[in-house]
Design a protein around this ligand. Structure first.
Ligand SMILES: [Zn+2]
Length: 222
């Protein structure tokens, strides 16, 4: 596999930011996205403190696995330690999206895991979405807590903060972020009607979907 062109990966990160903004997954310059660059130890990541509405492709930063700037005039997202920690722990992950979307953040404030309540959830996200213990934004502690709570799955809540979704591609990570937002919304609506009536997927369905998740993880690569 040949290395990605720097311009192409920067465009991918820029484009996904516009999608995140359109889908109300982020506001202003909050949240961030990154992608691993094929055959290198480098990552393309959103810049720190640049509003998505006035961000340019050239603002996307390239950093190495130590967080050193390889290319770009800005600073990388302050959450780069979290992104790098996930890439180091999960060779299957090539793209990461961190959002502050309303329903996922509500779960993060409640510090309540999101159980498998609808089909597709386990296939895409790998099982119940756990809550990472609180760590100050941008800290190594938050990075460590996030990796621990994410485990082998594709989504995690950050206590009192937001959510992180990952995938083999940025399109997958974005889809997972949209799915997480949707299922968190459904869960909160159901809980507001009667939490005692919330029913999990049947165990056999969860197990089958878990197997499909594992198969897709090995098949689907960027
Ligand atoms: Zn954040």
């Amino acid at each position: 596999m040949t290395p990605d062109s720097t311009q192409d990966v920067k465009r991918e990160v820029f484009d996904v930011c516009q999608e995140m903004l359109k889908a109300a997954l982020v506001i202003g310059s909050s949240g961030n996205a990154s992608i691993r660059i094929n055959n290198t130890d480098n990552v393309a990541i959103t810049p720190s403190n640049v509003d998505y509405t006035c961000m340019d492709i050239k603002d996307v930063m390239i950093i190495d696995m130590n967080g050193e700037i390889v290319e770009g005039e800005r600073n990388p997202s302050s959450e780069y330690p979290l992104h790098l920690a996930i890439y180091q722990a999960r060779p299957d992950v090539n793209a990461i999206i961190h959002t502050h979307c309303v329903y996922a953040s509500t779960m993060a404030v409640l510090r309540e895991p999101l159980p498998p309540i609808v089909d597709e959830f386990v296939i895409r996200l790998g099982g119940q979405v756990e809550v990472a213990e609180y760590g100050f934004m941008g800290s190594e502690e938050l990075a460590k807590n996030t990796v621990e709570a994410l485990g082998p799955r594709n989504a995690v809540f950050l206590a009192n903060h937001g959510a992180v979704c990952v995938g083999p591609t940025l399109d997958d990570a974005l889809y997972n972020a949209l799915l997480l937002q949707r299922v968190a919304h459904i869960y909160l609506l159901a809980a507001s009607v009667d939490k005692k009536k919330i029913t999990m997927l049947p165990t056999e369905s969860i197990e089958t979907q878990q197997q499909m998740f594992e198969v897709m993880k090995h098949l689907k690569k960027r």
